[in-house]
Structures are given as C-alpha cells and as structure tokens.
Design a protein around this ligand. Structure first.
Ligand code: BGC
Length: 759
C-alpha cells in the first residue's frame, strides 16, 4: 500500500563530492538553457535518461538507517545510480537535503531531484478546500492563498506541488469535487490561472514551486460519480467544458501536468496520444512535462489496455507520459524496450529534455539546495501572517444560503446561544482530506471561534457522534447512525436558548480521493438531530461543513438561516464566528449547483434546453422528473449577503455588432440594504441557434464589487468573439453570426436580460 503519510529520514551518509558535474558545460549558467540540456543529454547513458523519468515515493526513513532490503533498498540504490528524477512526499529541509545530496554528490552526473508533494490547499497552515475557495470568486485572494502554500512548502524543501486540480465536474457524488473549482469552465479557468501564478510566483526564486495541472483529462466526469470510473464524452464537451482550465494553466506558464486514472472514450488518459501529444504538446505547444498519476501507467494493464509492464511502459511513453509516478515500469522496462528498438530513443530524449528543462528553469543546477534553508523553515511555516491570510480566504469562501427573518448576524451581547453538533467541536474535519503536512487537531473549531465573543452566553452539546473511528487518510470513515443518546441534552440546551447554531455535515475524510458517496444527505443521525432540535426551538442557524454540495431539501424549507462553510482549513472556526456575528458580511457564491436529491446528479446550470423543456401541453411528456422539480435546490452562482442589491439599466452598447468588434455591456448595481457589502456580478450568454446546440446559459464574465450602504456602481463588461464562440466536435473554434441573449445577474438563474445580434 502506498505510504505517503510521512517520508522519514535515512542515515545521513558520508558524502563524497565527486566534482564530476562541476566541470561540465551544462553547468555553465551563462549558456542558454536549451544548450545546457543538449550537453547534458549527450553525456547521459540510456539508464540515466530513463532514470530521470522515474519518480519514487519516499516511504522510508530518509535520515535514519540506510534501507537494507526490499523496494526501499532498491529505491535508495537507484538514487545513487542516478536512476531517479524525482521523489514525492519527502519533505522537511533535513530530509530533502539528505536525498538531494545523494543525487547531486554521489551520482555520476549530479543531476538534482525534483521534490513533489500534494500541496492542495496549503501545506501546514491550511486554506479552505479549493471548492470553498472557488466560492469566493476572488481571484486575488485565491492567488494569495496559493502563494502562502508555496511559501510554506518551499520553506520545507519542496519545489513542486501536485496542484492545482482543474477538473471541471458536475457530480457531487464524486469525492474529489472538493479539490477543484466546481462546474463552470470560465470560472474554473480564471481560478486555475490565479492558482498557478500563486504557486509559481513571478519568477523562480526560492519561494516558488512548480505547479501541476491535473488530472488530464476528464476525470471529473467519471460515470455515476464513482471514483476511478470510466468517462465517455463527446469531443465538443471535452473541448468546451473540460479543456479550457487546462489550457488556461498552459497560458499562465505552468510547467507540469499530471494525467489521470480514468479512461476517456475507451483509452486510459495515461496512454492517450490524442490528449497528451495532439492537444497538450501539439496544439497548445506545452514545453513542460507530464507526470503520470500514482501507478496509472501500470493500471493500464488492469484497465485492459496493456498486456504487461513493458507494454504499459511503451504505450505511456508513446502517448507522452514523461514521468512514471510509482508504477516502477519505466525504470524496469524502458531501457530494454529502447535497446530492442521497440521504443525510439528520441521519445525518451524528448521526455528527458522536458524534465531537465524544468530543473534548469528552477535553478536547481545552479543551486540544488536553494530550498534547503533551515532558518526559513523555522520562520515561514505556520506563522502569524500565513494564519491571517488563510483566515481572510476562509471568510471570503463562506456562502450564505438562507437568512429568513434576518436571524443573522447574531446579536453580540445579551443572547443565549446553544451550539450543537460534533462538527462544532471538531478540530480535524475543517482541515479536509488533503492535509498531509498539517498536524492533527490544528483547526480552530467553531466552538473556539464563538467563544471569542464573550458577551453572550454560549452553551455546547454535540448531540450525536458523526464519526465512530479516528480520522485517517487511508481508512473509510465509520458513521454513527444508531446512537441517539446525546439528543436529549442537545434538545435541553436548545429549548433554553434564544438562537441555536447547529454545525452539521461531513467529516473531513468523507470527501477527497477514494471518497465517493451515493447519498448527499447529512451523514448518520444528523438529519434526525436537526429535526428533533427544530421541534423545541426553530430559531436555528445551520452551519454546514462539507466537501461537496449536499442535498438538504428539508433544511432549505424549514431552517431559517443556512450558512455554507465547507471545510475552511486552519482558521475555520474564527472565520465562521466572524461571519455569524456580522464582523464579516458573507459574499461567496456557489461554484457548483446544489441538488434537491441525489437522483438529480449530475446537475449543472449550463445544460442544454432539450426539445421539451416545459410542460406546455399540460401532460407528462416533457423533460422533467415525476417526483421532484428538475431545478437545483441552490443554483450555480447563488449566495446571499446581510445586505441586498438591486440591478438596473442593463445596456448593450449597440443592437448589433460585426464579428471582431468589442461588445460593451453595462449595468447599475445598488446596495439597497443596511450593511456595506460585496456582490459578484455575473454575465451569462446564450446562443439560441447554432450549428451545435449550445447551453441555455454560459458564464462569460464576472466582477466582484464592494458597495457601501446606499451606493450605486455602474459595472462595465467587454465581450470579444472568444466569449461568443465554441468548439465543434473536431476541435475547431467557431464564431457564428446570429442573435445572442445576455443575462447579467446575481446568480445563474436570476438577473436582467437583453439581446444583440452578431453579424
Ligand atoms: C492522486 C493525485 C496525487 C497523487 C500523489 C494520486 O492518487 O490522484 O492527485 O497527486 O496521488 O499523491
């Protein structure tokens, strides 16, 4: 079983610097990088080249005793031979330095290693899960959050993150929806760009880490939301929905891609020539390298696409997978295949060139220890500034779903508040499931956050357990659905309170990799607890903690106030308390539709109209369900504020435009409520007649604005042909003349509409 929990250290070795590399032309930093790479490749044996394409998980004690047997000894020896290009999950300056030293000082050519790690939403100080961050629609904040992650990870010796996950998805059953930016390709592309820029920084100094766009491609569309399942989709859907965020990362200068576990139309992504060669390295001109997903090369055998390790290695390298993460088939098979002529050495050279290019660009040849600074490791990780930044991101990620009777914000004094729910006192779940470097129990809980407001009386009862076992990355969460013994105590404090705050939802390890669900309800007894408490005191603020959209129709109907607070990372409880008490006016909008029930999945706003969208004949023969409305419970782009906004005067500069002309759109937005606040103004288009059916709405622009009480701003949008066109099934981008509908509004379902013609 893969062990990435921790890479310990092996014996600090007596290192003999052989000086070999120092004399070589590739070490001349004045020469252009491509020339340096060519010199180096000429020096390399076939084994050393293939070695660069080999990545190992550091599953042994890096600074402890040298491994004496098994795969760890083999890994260790292969590093010494120069047959390893990168390690994953080795972290911490001492450990990174120890391994880097072997690669640089004990191997013939001294090629430094890349150290990769899943820095998905922070390293030790965790930001909200990416789906939550996406709800902020705040690109500067998202970029800054990735910067904080890069600062900490780079201070720990790392130079490469396996993020951002830019998988568009519309099926909340899939556990990995928490890692991405939700269902929309436009929002997803903007966020992907922001995250790449945050991780990689302006230039590659020692606070920059290489980003990795994953999972290439279409992983977010696994059938029935079941993890690692297959994907079948039309090319036009692939081009219009799945690929845009990946393309955006290439445009933003990303250096690595990771392929994915799924098949796409019958071909594993890892062995997919069309994706990796034709699109990524061909049409998009990507100059970086592609790493496989964990063992995904060998898994092509299990998929039924490769006969054995050698066949899998051949298919993967031909398809453009440059680095083998833990399949161990490149290092065992590629040399033989190249010697037989089954794999052309030029393919290997191309992969090696790409990998070396990244190492040169990062400056590792000039200073292989540039990330190994003990002083920085001490001062840059978990510090105050990072905590302030993730708190800021956490507040911006919260979405107010309902606030009847203005139950929120809470009064700051003189109130008796009952706080209920195991998740209210959980310091682990807010960290999510990708928190490999964070210590257990390091999130601020809601209880702790609310205790900061001392002028109210706050009483707490958990009401019911949610998880029955200890939270762990590798294990399934066992959920309590039989023990109701805490209900009475919870009801008692609820009865005596003015307001009840209930924190309910999912355990951190119920979403993420390997964590698909077939129910989207509140796990275990929590729904019953909610209904029981409601009977004694309906003044409930429901705070949701979850890693995916949940389907909560009963709560949406009965509970007066609902706050979507996801898994918000280290500062979770402080962020939630500040929003509940009105010290921060919530401004987030949903990046994924919330269904009414699981049977509606996949559900998304940018769907096709169908031939029978309404019940105009008043019978059953139209596109709908017999038992539930077909609309989502909360649509994409939805979110409230403590204040209110009014939209007026939607204007399009002219009734018709020539292709190539800029289309100017404006709208007036006024803060009509009693608080200063932020609004996310969203612009959607619809192309009602096209050579391929187009979605009923597509987000094409948005702006995050701040308005003081009573203030009005005019918002200007400019659309170009790029916003109006689409890809056909051959991947050709078409801009077709005709009528276009425009909606500018406050969510994907509501706003002001107008139209124009494109000639
Ligand atoms: C995941 C990747 C991750 C890799 C390395 C795989 O199982 O799918 O997203 O980067 O492991 O940990």
């Amino acid at each position: 079983m893969k062990n990435r929990i921790k890479a310990y250290s092996f014996l600090t070795l007596i290192i003999f610097a052989n000086g070999y590399a120092q004399n070589k032309k590739h070490m001349d930093y004045k020469r252009p990088i491509e020339e340096r790479i060519s010199f180096l490749i000429k020096e390399m044996t076939l084994e050393e080249k293939v070695g660069q394409m080999n990545q190992y998980n550091g599953s042994w004690d890096v600074t402890g005793p040298k491994p004496e047997s098994g795969s760890n000894e083999e890994k260790y020896n292969n590093i010494k031979k120069g047959w390893v290009g990168s390690m994953l999950t080795v972290r911490g300056v001492k450990e990174v330095r120890a391994v880097q030293k072997i690669a640089v000082e004990e191997t013939r050519l001294g090629i430094p290693l890349l150290f990769g790690f899943d820095v998905i939403h922070g390293y030790k100080t965790l930001s909200p899960i990416p789906l939550a961050e996406a709800a902020s629609w705040d690109l500067e904040a998202i970029k800054n959050s990735a910067r904080v992650a890069a600062l900490e990870a780079s201070a720990s010796g790392l130079n490469w993150t396996f993020a951002p996950n830019v998988d568009i998805t519309n099926d909340a059953r899939w556990g990995r929806v928490m890692e991405g930016a939700g269902e929309d390709p436009y929002l997803g592309s903007k966020i992907a760009t922001a995250r790449v820029k945050g991780f990689q920084g302006e230039h590659f100094d020692n606070t920059s880490i290489i980003a990795c766009a994953k999972h290439f491609a279409a992983y977010g569309f696994v059938e029935a939301g079941r993890e690692y399942n297959s994907v079948d989709m039309s090319n036009s859907k692939l081009y219009n929905t799945v690929l845009p965020p990946f393309k955006a990362t290439v445009d933003a200068g990303i250096r690595t891609f990771m392929n994915s576990f799924n098949t796409l139309n019958g071909i594993p992504a890892t062995g997919n020539v069309f994706l990796q060669r034709d699109i990524l390295k061909g049409a998009w001109g990507f100059k970086g390298f592609v790493v496989s997903d964990w063992a995904s090369i060998a898994e092509m055998i299990t998929h039924g696409y490769a006969a054995n390790g050698a066949d899998a290695a051949r298919k993967a390298v031909v398809a453009g997978s440059d680095m083998d993460m833990e399949s161990n088939v490149y290092v065992t098979e590629l040399v033989k295949l190249a010697k037989k002529g089954t794999v052309k050495e030029s393919l290997i050279d191309d992969a090696v060139r790409r990998i070396l290019r990244v190492k040169f660009e990062l400056g590792l040849f000039d200073d292989p220890y540039k990330y190994c600074d003990e002083a920085r490791e001490k001062s840059n990780i978990g510090n105050k500034a990072n905590n302030e930044d993730v708190l800021d991101m956490a507040k911006k990620s919260i979405v107010l779903l309902k606030n009847d009777k203005n139950l929120l914000p809470l009064k700051k004094s003189g109130a008796k508040i009952a706080l209920i729910g195991a998740l209210a006192n959980d310091k682990n779940s807010p960290l999510g499931s990708w928190r490999i470097a964070a210590d257990d129990n390091t999130a601020v809980s809601v209880l702790e956050g609310m205790q900061q407001y001392k002028n109210n009386v706050l009483v707490y009862e958990q009401g019911t357990d949610v998880a029955l076992n200890k939270q762990s990355f590798l294990d399934e969460v066992k959920i309590n659905s039989t023990d109701f013994s805490g209900f009475e105590a919870a009801k008692k404090i609820a009865k005596e309170a003015d307001v009840v705050v209930m924190v309910l939802g999912e355990i951190g390890f119920q979403s993420g990799e390997g964590r698909s669900r077939t129910e989207l309800d509140l796990p275990g007894n929590q729904q019953q607890l909610l209904e029981e408490v409601y009977k004694v005191n309906p003044n409930i603020v429901l705070v949701l903690n979850n890693g995916r959209p949940l389907a909560l129709p009963w709560a949406a109907e009965h509970i007066p106030a609902i706050v979507e607070a996801w898994q918000l990372g280290t500062q979770s409880g402080n962020a939630i308390a500040q929003v509940l008490y009105g010290d921060y006016n919530p401004s987030g909008k949903l990046p994924m539709s919330f269904p009414r029930n699981v049977g509606q999945c996949p559900i998304y706003y940018n769907l096709y109209n169908t031939g029978r969208p309404t019940d105009k004949d008043n019978n059953v023969f139209w596109s709908h369900y017999s038992d539930v409305e077909k609309t989502p419970l909360y649509p994409f782009g939805y979110g409230l504020s403590y204040t209110s906004f009014a939209y007026k005067n939607l204007k399009i500069a002219k009734p018709s435009f020539q292709k190539g002309e800029k289309i100017e759109v404006s709208v007036d937005v006024t803060n009509t409520g009693n608080f200063d606040g932020k609004e996310i103004v969203q612009l959607y288009i619809n192309d009602p007649v096209a050579s391929l059916v187009r979605p009923i709405k597509e987000l094409k622009a948005f702006e995050l604005i701040e308005l003081k009480k009573g203030e009005t701003k005019t918002i200007h949008f400019v659309l170009s042909d790029e916003a109006l066109g689409f890809y056909d099934n051959d991947g050709k981008f078409l801009v077709e003349s005709g009528l276009f509908n425009i909606m500018v509004g406050w969510n994907s379902n509501e706003g002001l509409s107008s139209k124009f013609e494109l000639k």
